[in-house]
Structures are given as C-alpha cells and as structure tokens.
Design a protein around this ligand. Sequence first.
Ligand SMILES: Cc1ncc(COP(=O)(O)O)c(C=O)c1O
Length: 404
Amino acid sequence: MALNKFNMPKISNKGQQMPESPIRKLVPFAENAKKKGHKVYHLNIGQPDIKTPEVALNAVKNADIKVLEYSHSAGFESYRTKLSSYYKNHGLPIEPSEIIITTGGSEALLFALGSTMDAGDEIIIPEPFYANYNGFATASGVKVVPVISTIEEGFALPPITSFEKLITPKTKAILICNPGNPTGYLYSKDEILQLAEIVKKHDLFLIADEVYREFTYDGHKHFSVMNVPGIEQNAIMIDSVSKRYSMCGARIGCIVSKNKELMNTAMKFAQARLSPPTYAQIASEAALETPQSYFDDVIHEYKERRDTLIEGLNKIEGVKVAVPKGAFYCIAKLPVKSADDFAKWLLDSYENNGETVMVAPAAGFYSSPNVGLDEIRIAYVLKREDLIRSVEILKDALEKYNML
Ligand SMILES: Cc1ncc(COP(=O)(O)O)c(C=O)c1O
C-alpha cells in the first residue's frame, strides 16, 4: 500500500468531502447537557414517538425462522405484490415489477443517483432540502445545484425559469422532497405538472422523495409524480416505511419507476448488496395490514402538534414560521444572527428549571453558503405538552440570548 509522508494510509478525497450530519454535530453538546442533569427536549430529529403498528411487531415475534436467509435482491415477491396493491388502493398505478425493496429510503436514493448519474453530473434540488442529499450526492460524485425556495414564499416551488437557468449538459435529474423535510411544504398538482414539463422538455429524470406522503393536513391531498401521464420514463419515486408506520429502525424502503431500463440498472445495484433485511421485510409486509384508523389517529395527532407548535411560535416576538402543509417539520426564522451559535448555547450555557431544547440549525439544509443562518428546523415529533413546554423554553431562551 502506498504510504504518505506520515506513513499513514490515505483517506479518499471523497471521504474527506463527505459532509457531517448538521444535526448530529450538536450531539456532544446535548450529551454534556444531559450529564449536567438537564432534560433536553429533542426538536432536532425526525424520530417519531408514535407506536409502531402491533401487527408489524407481532409478525416478527411470530416468525418461525430456522435459517435467516437472504431474500430476493428486489425484496420478497409477496411483499412487492401487496405493496403494489397498497399503492393501487391509494391511486398509484404501480406493478410489483416496478418496485425494488431497499434498505430504507436512503438506499433507494443511492440507487436512484447511481442509476441516473455519473461522476461530475449535476442534480438540481430546491433548497432547503433533506441534509443527507448532500451526503448521497458526494458519495456518488454528483454535484448538487440548488435552487432557493424562501420562507417568504412559504417554500413554494421556485419559478420554473429558475430551474431552466440552471440546466446544463451535465444536468441529469431534478430531485424534490414532497411533502418536504425540512419545510413541510406540499407541492400542488400544478407545481408537479410544471416540473413534469421541464423534465420532459430537457430529457431529465424527476426523482421524488415521497416518504412523508401520508402526512398531509387541512384537507390537502398529496399528488405523486407516479400520477403524471407522459413522464413514465422520467419519474422515479422514493418511498419508506420509516415514517409511515413509525418503523425507522426497520430500514425498509423502495425505489419505484415505470422506466424498465432504469429499474434493470437499479437491480444491478440491488444485486451487488444481495438483499434487503429479512425480518424487517416481514414486519413491513405485515404493516400493510395496518387499519386506516391508525393513520387517521396519527395524522390527527400530528395536526394537533403542528397547530400547537405554530400557534406558540407565532406568539414569540421576531419569530417567523411557514405553516407546514405536510410531513412533521417546519422552518422557523429567529431573531438571532447565528442559529448555529444559538442552538449550541441552548445546550451549553442555558437551562430553564433544569430543562432545555435541542433544535437543528437550518443552514445545514441549504447547500448555498450563508443562507438560512438565522433559521432552525423543528420536528414536531413530541407530544403536545412537551411542545408547549419547548416553545416556552425557546421564548425565554431567545430573550436571554438577545440580552447577552
Ligand atoms: C426526506 C427524507 N428522505 C429519506 C429519508 C430516509 O429515510 P429512511 O432511510 O429511514 O427510509 C428521510 C429520513 O428522515 C427523510 O426525511
């Protein structure tokens, strides 16, 4: 092995460029706060406290397995068949052969990038976006080209002309997250149709991360890229059981497309990693039996949490927030210069009756430098009493921080 001048094997440039999670970098500060005996309300991560459907957990408990085998690389056929019925019942015309089961939506995103882009190619993503898109793009040698959506516009789709200005011969795809993490924005049918027009016109893929599809509020309906006639060859949908059934630890998702060549390509990536996890597929297949009442209750719960949070935030002077129409996140603009510094200070130097909150500074959700510096992302995955207390703490903390 070639050794560098310090006689150390050399880490790859790609590895050095891999971004750290902007959320997890605050973890040591939270650990310190906890060591001091402080209670930390976690508004920083999308780990729901909602119970996983029993039918999914029981399926694993009752599974009588003698050999924990690999499954088919595309996932159990029985699971793909039931998943296809689930999608059809939700108005999405998806066949089992158009689905590959993956290890979380995360692996589906990697397969999507791997199958559509070469090193140096460009992907246009409205920002702020799910921070791990940066990591997946770096791992794939792909350049993220951001198009900025703003809190002033409620994070609506930027004008189509803003996308067209960014398209170069290296642009291979547009990636959207709908409903959005971190914005909670839900693209309208009209916005999706506008995107469909551009991808058709420029022969691009349209990758839609729809892992929060079920979480929409106020009667708003989710409109999938799989429902747009004429972009069957362009559309790729990313899905996951993580949030739908509060099964983040199962690590099951899927990549879906009607483009056969794309799916054959994604299948080669799937074969290279052999198979998605077996027990987790058993749980995910059983989860499809979850009654509608579970979702009605969960959506009702999230809507209440959202309303509680937004009402509380709106009462804090200087805070501006775009009301989320879906998912369980919102971006709030704070009356501070550096949300990063404020977030650290909350953990490091502040407490309110032995309690504090952990938030995610939003700059990590932008790839443009120096944007969103005064914004945070809040995940409303805690119960209402905790959200009320968290807002109380934030209000008090902002007052104290701004007097420093
Ligand atoms: C927008 C979005 N996409 C994809 C994922 C990845 O989810 P998983 O790999 O757990 O399916 C997440 C997780 O938080 C997410 O928020």
